[in-house]
Ligand binder design. Sequence first.
Ligand code: ATP
Ligand code: MG
Length: 428
Amino acid sequence: MGNNIQAPRGTYDVLPDQSAKWQEIEAKIIELCNLYQYKEIRTPIFEHTELFQRGVGDTTDIVTKEMYTFQDRGDRSLTLRPEGTASVVRSFVENKLFGLPDQPVKLFYTGPMFRYERPQAGRMRQFVQFGVEAIGSKDPAIDAEVISLAMELYRSVGLKRLRLVLNSLGDTESRIAHREALVKHFEPRINEFCSDCKTRLEKNPLRILDCKVDRDHPLMATAPSLADYLNEESQAYFDQVKMYLDELGIEYVIDPNLVRGLDYYNHTAFEIMSDAEGFGAITTLCGGGRYNGLVEDLGGPESPGIGFAMSIERLLLALEMEKVEIGQSQNLEVYVIAMDDASKKKAFGIIKELRSNGISADMDYTGRKLKAQMKSADRKGAAYVIVMGETEMASGQVALKEMATGEQQTVAFADIAGTITKKKSLEE
Ligand code: ATP
Ligand code: MG
């Protein structure tokens, strides 16, 4: 490493020319969550390791292979959060949000998550997720609401090539029946599968269907489908979710093999994929589902929940693939050029005055010549330029030059901010 320190593998910097995109997405998220009445929750970046072992499930890839876990100086085992749901549910229980008069409690979060993965496009070790959780209702309408919020965010930034994939994992009874069928199906030939799948057969055979190593094994295609094991209640629930989606005009395809990566899902499971050309192997933009039972597992009263999570990184990739441009950065309004030290002092006061009036203003801090400063004003897209020297200092007036038209107007020092404010209000 030596003198040559670089960002850790799987991390990256959002540089200034990219941050307007992030800000636009974050603004859309806040606006949309307000429309849908989801309130923001902010939880710690690290939690007790046990939370994720119990909340995400200790047969998942996340818990077995991907967590950043460390001992702190007090010898506690802590983990950088790999996902948001476990923390939100912990907070829901710990802060007794189940006692609030208005249920379900509708929450959203955005923030960095950490997973030890093989980095590639759309798969980072630190990435930012936006997620929502609606906890305290098992009304299928809330499933449809959560799904529609995710779809709406993608649409609002301009994505079109979206595919919603839907499945039902059923309730516990349905899953036990299916589980038995899976064990019967895979057990006789489990030797032909990877070592992870051998463990999964005992611990959670459903996860074999999600295996990335053995996905082409012939037994995968013929495996018993959950759809055939849904009991009446689970089937009715699924039908209702579909009915509400139909009501919203949201199209979906059913994929009976969609099983989500986390252990806690039941009933509704969904993913939103991108069909845009140019995407590599990774086309999933968003994943979510219902997790009745998780709140109880983490020590709370019965509170059925549903949520989703999506990463901003994959959203940005989808924008790139669909060639949608967002995040126009805000141009500078006024650039003040000072010709000498005395006018620089005055100019410094003037830009402060402009800023106090909500007008963006900037000046040179590197002692450049007039011509170089003019170029700089151009690059920054300044709407107005003011040049100040001895004459201006003597008269107490400046020429306010509008760059788009070349028009100049003589204005007293004290009236600069007011004049620009007036011009801005006329433009609107
Ligand atoms: P995958 O199968 O791609 O690994 P996952 O099942 O691990 O996905 P989830 O845990 O459901 O993903 O996370 C929800 C969403 O978060 C994903 O759909 C994706 O948009 C995003 N995501 C997950 N892992 C990463 C990562 N390492 N880098 C960037 N985004 C990620
Ligand atoms: Mg993963």
